[in-house]
Design a protein around this ligand. Sequence first.
Ligand code: GUN
Ligand code: ZN
Length: 433
Amino acid sequence: MISHILLGQTLQFTGSPFAEPVEAVTRHLRHGAVGIHDGRIVEVGDASQMRAAHPKAEVTDMGTALLLPGFVDAHAHFPQTRIIASWGKQLLDWLQTYTFPEEARFHDPAYAREVARAYLDACLAHGITSAASFCTIHPESVDALFTEAEARGMRIAAGRVMMDRNDLYPALQDSVQSAHDESAALIAKWHGRGRLTYAVTPRFSLTSTREQLEMAGALWAAHPGTLMQTHLSEQVPEIARMHELFPEAQDYLSTYETRGLIGPGAMMGHAIHLEPREIAVMRDTGTGVVHCPTSNMFIGSGLCDVAGLIAEGIPVGLATDVGGGSSFSMLHSMAAAYEVGQLRGTALHPAQLLWLATAGSAGVMRMGDKIGTLAPGYEADIIALNLSSTPIIAGRAARADDIWEALFPTIMMGDDRAVAGVWVGGKSVSRRV
Ligand code: GUN
Ligand code: ZN
């Protein structure tokens, strides 16, 4: 049964455009349709055939807009919504100056709710229908985000940040015990409820003792199906500090690896300055990497070798890293990934950029069978992208010879104005006509 039909251009991936030629793994229909029932995609196919076969279905005609799975932001910090675009600092100074003082405010449930609302509404306005977000050390911050995500029906992963050593900002610190007990209580309360997933969240090795990392690994192991998110080798001075704190460590990854914090469902944000051994271990264990290109440039971290990591066989997703990242837009993140690729000598194809922002991120979040793909059986988190959202973009798209040339100007120059429609679990959230 199909109760609702969305009309527009459709673009589907049947595989990864990093593994096979783009033409072999994509299917584009100029007059396409997505048939939906009960929150799921039932069929993707030709518009007139689907309408004829389901004459009673409600029809929403998005014209020439491109129907895609909603964007999946695999690494963000919702509590940093109010400090996005903070000037002049690199990672450790940025954390100390802007981030930690703001995160300290999230003990207040009313403030946490207000920011959670603003964050999720901004996500939806930008076509992000799923995200993996860090919270703060305050359980109130997790309650706020999950409560608001549940109200919107969004598939969101999140977790209480663990940080039991903090030279940079001593006021924002927990303990092994409080991090364990509060995280365990939040897992019991939220994990698997509706579309919500808990992510065990040690911030990074600089703010956790060995004992806390050990505890995080044990907690993650004790709750199969939860995710694990942290940061890895983002900036050179960070790595130097890691070696001071863990003089016995072979490399940065080993501080996680020796405590059970790698493997499928482990999501390493940034992962820029890697040793060959770290790359080999991540490949062999299926540890995921999340590329955060606007952040990596904004905070001055470096140029992640995404193409190289994917060629090694490491699962990779894409993210805004709000608010170290400088935009809520996954289009901006794709544009930044393209520019980083150019600086590293690899021009990522528009199909590869789009795949990273959808199926790639979903895969890293171990949700690749539920979201991030426009195909029967998947959850109906769908966006309609207007490929002519500004006069300049429209003028460039008008010269396009194929869908990739038509899409690329929106990837490079588009923003939330390009998001013409958003559906979450099959329900309309917003629509621009
Ligand atoms: N490393 C540890 N914490 C953070 C954070 O909040 N943002 C970024 N970009 N890197 C981090
Ligand atoms: Zn981060």
